[in-house]
Design a protein around this ligand. Structure first.
Ligand code: AR6
Length: 167
């Protein structure tokens, strides 16, 4: 597996699948989630609605992942995963690692060879970037997956530098 870093907007990535830092409602939100639905168009939300009407009537649990098509995005699929909200008093790192593992497992079921990840939970969910980068890199390196190209897409130079130091 090749692991690379990119600074930029995940919605512009030409990867087979891009990962969405979603919430359990799957009905959209801010940050990466807002950008993916805005640029990808209503088709993605339509599929999310169907998932909520079927398999995920109570929402997508934290640490799990599910795919939809990618609408107008250059990617073929969006893999939606729900990161944990950061807690200083409770160790939720296993749930964050699970987001990366489960997203790669879903990518395998799709036959996706390249996957772009944002820094899950480091925005609205408040996870410190350095700790999140450590968990992300460890989880991806340890994953048993057929994905050949994993890309971390960091929004700004500071986040890029943190991931670079971890890699
Ligand atoms: N491309 C790449 N990275 C981005 C982009 C982008 N277009 N936009 C933001 N980031 P966040 P979370 C970075 O808040 O913390 C939503 O409302 C951002 O700087 O998107 O997992 C959902 O619906 C940060 O480093 O996700 C949930 O309710 C990282 O992506 C909640 O936010 C993740 O920030 C999820 O919060």
């Amino acid at each position: 597996m090749r692991l690379t870093l990119v600074q930029g907007d995940i919605t512009q990535q030409r990867a087979d699948a891009v990962v969405n830092a979603a919430n359990s409602s799957l009905m959209g939100g801010g940050g990466v989630d807002g950008a993916i639905h805005r640029r990808g168009g209503p088709e993605i939300l339509e599929e999310c609605r169907k998932l909520r009407a079927g398999q995920y009537s109570k929402g997508l649990p934290t640490g799990q992942a599910v795919a939809t098509t990618a609408g107008r995005l250059p990617a073929r699929w969006v893999i939606h995963t729900v990161g944990p909200v950061y807690s200083a008093s409770e160790d939720r790192s296993e749930l964050l690692a699970s987001c990366y593992r489960e997203s790669l497992r879903v990518a395998d079921t799709l036959g996706a060879a390249s996957v772009a990840f944002p820094a899950i939970s480091t925005g609205i969910y408040g996870w410190p970037m350095d700790d999140a980068a450590r968990i992300a890199v460890e989880a991806v390196r340890a994953a048993d997956t057929l994905v050949e190209d994993v890309r971390f897409v960091l929004f700004d130079a500071a986040a890029y530098a943190v991931f670079e130091a971890r890699l």
